[in-house]
Design a protein around this ligand. Structure first.
Ligand code: PEP
Ligand code: MN
Length: 341
């Protein structure tokens, strides 16, 4: 799925769609008509007028079209113009009242609905939103992973937290899962990496923002690609095609390996955070002239971990070895701090 963050003018919509359609690489054209902006006085979308342009895209380029809906009125308007795919934005998935209102407006309607993850990392909200739409009788459902908001400033606009969509797919295996690297990364620089990762995790597709002139876009300038840049990006993604005989086996293996990679990444993130705390302890001990090694405290840590490890299916030898290495690294960090002037 590709298209601009927002529909802005008829020309921008038609020209973006023309170039994307000509590439033959895009299955659905997306454009935001009503934009959920964090602060007022930003461009809040062109509104219903833009639906007419999308209807024209559909007719002229034979491309299904998708818009974001957040209220009952949006649903009725979009359906009136024959929009093929409705997507629910992250700020809406989070709100059960809004989800129920949309579900009620969709009763008895045959349209595809794709639900973005909620802005906070709460899988039950995502599942609840899917259930509400499913209960309204919608058969064509999908999920879009766009990452999760956090208070800390991070390089990416939203944190992927890959394990959440992986769990979603385990719990609801039969709906397509697609990745939106544009809103996840928030910048062009992350698009390839995130797209590749999602393909390695066996996602079913991508939603990427594309605009004929990103620099002049009225929303999300930094993350939009020109149509030709989008095609270049798609060409760089490696789709790991397993050989036909063993395709299921290889697919599953690839997916499991990618999951291992995710866990390793998380392990290192956690170790990094742990070392930062060790640094603070080092500084604190230095201020109060306390020695680095306090062996009673260390014994406590080891004993507690060894006691618990049986429940986790880990051997005491393994736990001791890992802890020993972590402890040594912590001491090295603290020594460095103690010896700084
Ligand atoms: C969008 O797709 O334009 C959008 C607003 O996304 P999100 O709901 O992921 O922020
Ligand atoms: Mn956007």
């Amino acid at each position: 799925m590709a298209g601009p963050c927002s529909a802005e003018t008829e020309e921008q919509v038609m020209e973006t769609a023309r170039q994307l359609a000509a590439s033959d690489r895009v299955d659905v054209f997306r454009a935001g008509i009503w934009k959920p902006r964090t602060r007022p006085n930003s461009f809040e979308g062109i509104g219903s007028e833009g639906l007419g342009w999308l209807k024209q895209v559909k007719k002229e380029f034979n491309l299904p079209v998708a818009v974001e809906v957040a209220t009952e009125k949006h649903v009725y308007e979009a359906l009136k113009y024959g929009i093929d795919v409705l997507w629910i934005g992250a700020r809406t998935t989070v709100n059960p009242f809004a989800m129920q209102e949309i579900a009620d407006a969709l009763k008895g309607v045959d349209v595809m609905v794709m639900i973005k993850n909620p802005i906070n990392p709460e899988i039950e909200l995502w599942i609840g939103a899917l259930e509400r739409i499913h209960k309204a009788g919608i058969k064509k459902l999908g999920a879009i992973h766009r990452g999760f908001s956090s208070y800390e400033k991070t390089a990416m606009r939203n944190q992927p937290k890959w394990l959440i969509p992986i769990e979603l797919r385990q719990r609801i295996p039969d709906i397509p899962l697609i990745c939106d690297p544009s809103h996840m990364g928030g910048s062009k620089a992350f698009l390839l990496d995130l797209s590749q990762k999602s393909m390695d995790l066996n996602y079913d597709g991508l939603m990427i923002e594309s605009h004929i002139d990103p620099d002049s876009a009225l929303s999300d300038k930094k993350q939009q690609l020109k149509p030709f840049e989008l095609i270049e990006l798609l060409d760089k993604i490696v789709l790991r095609k397993p050989d036909t005989n063993d395709s299921d086996f290889i697919n599953i293996l690839e997916e499991l390996r990618s999951q291992i990679d995710m866990y390793d990444e998380q392990l290192f993130d956690i170790l990094e955070s742990r070392m930062l705390i060790a640094d603070s302890i080092g500084r604190y001990k230095k201020e109060h002239s306390i020695t680095i090694l306090q062996s009673t405290r260390w014994k406590e840590i080891v004993n507690k971990a060894v006691e618990k490890c049986g429940d986790r299916g880990l051997t005491p030898e393994f736990i001791s070895t890992v802890l020993e290495a972590i402890h040594q690294e912590s001491i090295n960090h603290q020594m460095k701090i103690m010896n700084e002037d």
